[in-house]
Every structure is written in structure tokens, then in C-alpha cells.
Design a protein around this ligand. Structure first.
Ligand SMILES: O=C(O)C(O)[C@@H](O)[C@H](O)[C@H](O)COP(=O)(O)O
Length: 230
């Protein structure tokens, strides 16, 4: 396990330093390969980071952005991660970035998996940076321990980049990047705030089964940087 921990005194400092680090990574990717790719998570934690990152002065027209997971709701629904990204990240300078949604017009997430995979395949990979959140049940992206699809999501030989997930402890059908797709990243960040989440992570890393605490499946297999503040 290679977990690098970057702790900050407060959320404001974390936001500032994290946004600067991501901007550097994206610039490096653009310089090296012409385009850069960024995968972000939904939830409440990244809101301030999105706002700070959106103001960074870089060639956003060369940046592709997608989500680590999406709830299968219309973009007009407040639960939509696409809405969250469009309102908070794809603004200011970052409005020039290309957004690749995981959600499509299909009724069910399962029917949308092929379209989501095609979108992801259009991005430069390995992803330059991928940011994960974590729930207090140890889920990351939408790899929920409660779901019947968890083994498929963690299957390193599935050949799939996206999976439909129906959590029983959270609302909405989801679509999630799979574990192999998540790991196909140059820089993986876990973005957490608060003592509670740090404790959940520490407990999970203390030998929990990966299907019970899916965040550990990522940390067990790749270098991950934890960006944390109280
Ligand atoms: O629900 C989503 O869309 C996610 O991407 C999910 O994995 C999220 O990152 C965690 O549930 C943490 O959510 P909070 O930041 O709201 O605590």
C-alpha cells in the first residue's frame, strides 16, 4: 500500500493547494501529450475545489473532464453530478473544457453503460488526474459495498470501464467507473475532509475486506495521495 498523506490546517488551505497541484498536473499533461484528462467525483466535498480550479489560468480547451460516477437522474435534478460539475467547475476559465457525461438518455443506467464507456474511451488515458471521494460506508465512486454489483465493479479482469450500480443504502441507480478504470490514472487523489472520514479510512485500511470497504481496493493497488483537512 502506498498512501501519501497531505494534511492541511483547514479546508481553505487544502482547497488552494489542491487546486494548484491539479492545475500543474493538467498543464504538464497538455505539454506532454497535447490534451489532459481529469476525472472528478460528485458529492459535497469538492464544491470549493471546483470553484478554485475553475479560475486557474491554463488552456482548458485542451482538457477533457468526466466523472468517477453519476446518479441516473436528469441534469435538472439537484442530485445530478453533471449539474454539479457544470455549475461549479465548468465556469470561469474552465468553461472551455470538454465535458464527457456518463449519463445518457436511456431509461436505466444498465442501458447507458456502452455510451458511458464510449465517452470514457474518447479521453486520453491513463487519466492525468482522478479525484475520489469516500462515503462513511467506505464506498468510493459508486462502488457501493451494499450493491449486488460490487464484485463486478472490483473485478480487475472484467475489461469494463463503466458499470451500472444499484445501491440499497443510497438513492438512485448509478453508473460508476470500475476499479480497473480508476486505476488507469497517472495521479489518484482521495479528497476527504473531517475527522470522521479519516477515521473511516483508517479503520477500512486496517484489514477490511475490499468488498466491504471498496476504497481499500484502490489504495491497495496504486499510489494514492490523500488530500485531507479537518
Ligand atoms: O455520490 C457521488 O456522486 C460520489 O462521487 C461519491 O462517491 C462521493 O464522493 C461520496 O459519497 C462522498 O460524498 P460527500 O463528498 O458528499 O461526502
Amino acid at each position: 500500500m502506498a498512501l501519501t498523506i497531505e494534511s492541511f490546517d483547514n479546508a481553505q488551505t487544502l482547497t488552494r493547494e489542491f487546486a494548484a497541484k491539479l492545475a500543474d498536473i493538467l498543464e504538464t499533461g497538455i505539454e506532454a501529450r497535447g490534451r489532459a484528462s481529469l476525472v472528478v467525483s460528485g458529492g459535497r466535498t469538492p464544491l470549493a475545489l471546483f470553484e478554485a480550479l475553475s479560475q486557474k489560468d491554463l488552456d482548458w480547451s485542451c482538457v477533457d473532464i468526466t466523472l468517477a460516477d453519476e446518479r441516473w437522474v436528469d441534469e435538472s435534478d439537484d442530485a445530478s453530478n453533471t449539474q454539479l460539475v457544470k455549475q461549479n467547475l465548468l465556469v470561469n476559465n474552465a468553461a472551455a473544457a470538454r465535458f464527457i457525461p456518463l449519463k445518457s438518455a436511456h431509461d436505466d443506467a444498465a442501458e447507458g453503460v456502452n455510451d458511458a464507456e464510449a465517452g470514457v474511451a474518447s479521453m486520453s488515458q491513463p487519466f492525468d488526474a482522478l479525484i475520489l471521494g469516500m462515503g462513511e460506508d467506505g464506498h468510493t465512486a459508486s462502488l457501493f459495498p451494499c450493491s449486488t454489483q460490487i464484485n463486478d465493479g472490483l473485478d480487475m479482469s472484467s475489461g469494463k470501464t463503466c458499470i451500472a450500480v444499484t445501491p440499497t443504502t443510497a438513492p438512485h441507480q448509478r453508473i460508476s467507473l470500475t476499479l480497473p478504470a480508476i486505476l488507469n490514472s497517472r495521479n489518484i487523489f482521495l479528497h476527504l475532509t473531517g475527522e470522521k472520514k479519516k477515521q473511516v479510512l483508517n479503520d477500512a485500511l486496517d484489514g477490511a475486506a475490499e468488498v466491504q470497504k471498496p476504497v481499500t481496493a484502490v489504495v491497495n493497488r496504486a499510489p494514492v495521495t490523500l488530500m485531507w483537512a479537518p
